[in-house]
Design a protein around this ligand. Structure first.
Ligand SMILES: Nc1nc2c(c(=O)[nH]1)N[C@H]1C(S)=C(S)[C@@H](COP(=O)(O)O)O[C@H]1N2
Ligand SMILES: [Mo]
Length: 223
């Protein structure tokens, strides 16, 4: 870190694009106080409905039968049932969805458990660097522990004041708003803390390993 507070941050592709968009007035609708370009990642368009996207197997897991297993490099592994999940602190967030297929959906009201509160409960060991999310449909995805622990990331069981619908991953899904939505595993059944990165379903099929929408990290560099 520099001591010189007045030094502007280094120029990036994003800041250059944003400057260009600002000059062109791109995405300005006149309806919003702030320019759309500050909110919408490059190559995305906002939608009002909420598309359903998954592998096609839509597991229907009643809350009574639902269990979430947390294992791997943690000091306090756990198997939570629904009551155990609800015993953790509840949070509410309002965040945007950015799907790699170019739609974005603004202002989703989520309820659930902050990943930070889950992390505090299971206490990852020092060697844990990554998290693998396991879903009831066999889907997996990977995150760094840091991305998983993002301040606005949560295990979501509610959307717009209602229980999260099964087609959107209920009873419980992950929501990691700062990454493309394929990282937000639906029908979550397990969270595994590991030392080394383990690319998941889409990550071994050509998607980018991290998936930052602001850097358009859609696909892996080697496809
Ligand atoms: N378990 C599981 N989670 C998943 C997927 C999936 O196939 N299975 N698809 C991912 C992809 S590619 C997207 S875009 C989002 C879609 O979530 P939605 O159907 O609620 O919009 O879920 C992600 N999480
Ligand atoms: Mo997706």
């Amino acid at each position: 870190m520099s001591d010189d507070d007045d030094a502007p941050p280094p120029d990036s592709k994003l800041t250059r694009s944003k400057r260009q968009w600002a000059k062109e007035g791109r995405f300005l609708t006149g309806r919003q106080a702030r320019p759309e370009a500050e909110r919408l990642p490059p190559g995305q368009h906002p939608v009002r409905d909420w598309p359903v996207l998954d592998l096609g197997l839509r597991p229907d897991v009643p809350r009574e039968d639902w269990r979430l297993r947390i294992w791997g490099l943690v000091q306090a592994p756990a198997v939570l049932d629904w009551a155990g999940l609800e015993a953790l602190p509840a949070v509410e967030t309002v965040t945007d969805i950015h799907c790699v297929t170019t739609w974005s959906r603004y202002d989703n009201h989520w309820t659930g458990v902050a990943t930070r509160d889950l992390i505090a409960a299971v206490r990852p060991k020092a060697e844990a660097g990554f998290v693998v999310l396991h879903s009831f449909d066999g889907y997996t995805t990977n995150l760094t522990l840091e991305d998983f622990a993002a301040e606005d990331a949560l295990l979501a069981n509610g959307w717009e004041g209602r229980p999260l619908e099964a087609r959107h991953g209920g009873p419980l899904r992950l929501v990691v708003p700062h990454l493309y939505f394929w990282k937000s595993a639906k029908w979550l059944r397990g969270i595994e803390f590991v030392r080394d990165d383990q690319p998941g379903y889409w990550e071994v099929r050509g998607y980018h390993n991290r998936g930052d929408p602001w850097r358009e990290q859609r696909y892996s560099e080697d496809v």
